[in-house]
Ligand binder design. Structure first.
Ligand SMILES: Cc1cc2nc3c(=O)[nH]c(=O)nc-3n(C[C@H](O)[C@H](O)[C@H](O)COP(=O)(O)O)c2cc1C
Length: 208
């Protein structure tokens, strides 16, 4: 399929999977296989209710019906997505070829079960910090954070079995538009966009 584009530097509409999440999964696999560092690093953009945008990196943790990432849902991004549940995401890989995937659509909270399941896979130290730190809040200095971690550790000796705080969970970006961008050696880069149309997708080529 698209792996051929490593040689040609080209992406053709006829080579693409009918489902953009399956296509994204294939490009992720290709980036992983090619040794791209952190292929799951994904920029997530959100905006306040009155339209002021912000963006940050997260880790893409799954492609179940949409793009799933986990976070403190009371963080700035969590508050923005609660007030204005629209998100945009960008993934970028230099290998195997310069590629970018852009996704936009509504964002929803993942279920409590999905959040619990992911929380259970995290290392004790990661859970300890996630429970101790209220992401995006202003603190006076680092010592304050260290005290919060020590207090959480005192409640959970050894740092084991820290329960998931209610505020910690995940979001799923449900794609309504997905664009696959691939650099072409001749500068005429390929841009193929999927637009949701009912239960299917319209696939079209965009000018670079
Ligand atoms: C490579 C990388 C991966 C990251 N992954 C996550 C993540 O999965 N979840 C998360 O909440 N923050 C992650 N962060 C930190 C975020 O970029 C950001 O600082 C944090 O979520 C607070 O963002 P906010 O204040 O806009 O809500 C990551 C940062 C980097 C550089």
């Amino acid at each position: 399929m698209l792996l051929d584009s490593r040689e040609t530097g080209r992406v053709d509409v006829t080579e693409l999977d009918a489902d953009p999440l399956r296509q994204l999964s294939m490009w992720l696999d290709a980036a992983r296989a090619a040794g791209q560092p952190m292929p799951e690093a994904m920029t997530i953009a959100s905006a306040t209710g009155d339209g002021v945008p912000s963006a940050r990196l997260v880790v893409l943790r799954g492609l179940r019906r949409g793009l799933v990432f986990f976070t403190d849902c009371e963080s700035d991004k969590g508050a923005e997505l609660a007030a204005n549940p629209q998100a945009a995401a960008v993934l970028h890989w230099l290998v195997p070829a310069h590629r970018q995937v852009r996704v936009a659509g509504p964002a929803e909270r993942v279920s409590q079960d999905e959040a619990d399941e992911y929380w259970s896979t995290r290392a004790d130290a990661v859970r300890l910090v996630a429970a101790a730190s209220r992401q995006s809040r202003v603190v006076a200095n680092r010592a304050v954070l260290e005290t919060q971690v020590r207090e959480t550790l005192r409640r959970h000796p050894g740092g084991a079995g820290v329960p998931r705080p209610q505020r910690w969970g995940g979001f799923r970006v449900l794609p309504s538009r997905v664009e696959f961008w691939q650099e072409s050696p001749d500068g005429l880069h390929d841009r193929i966009r999927y637009r949701r149309a009912g239960s299917g997708w319209i696939i079209e080529r965009l000018s670079p």
